[in-house]
Design a protein around this ligand. Structure first.
Ligand SMILES: [Zn+2]
Length: 60
């Protein structure tokens, strides 16, 4: 399986402590939606901030 070399990142604030956290995104034009709990649908990634808060970012 080919993995694209090109990788975009975005910086988003943690919903718990507002520390900025860098996440990988599939596309630079994608809209990010931060959730504190996981949903059953959609492309998403699990993010941990530097204070060990775990949250989910959805790509809209
Ligand atoms: Zn945090």
């Amino acid at each position: 399986m080919a993995i694209p070399q090109h990788r975009e990142t975005a910086t988003i604030p943690c919903p718990y402590c507002e520390r900025e956290t860098t996440v990988s995104v599939p596309d630079e034009d994608v809209e990010l939606e931060v959730r504190r709990s996981v949903a059953l649908y959609g492309d998403h990634t699990t993010v941990e901030c530097s204070a060990d808060h775990e949250f989910w970012v959805y790509f809209c």
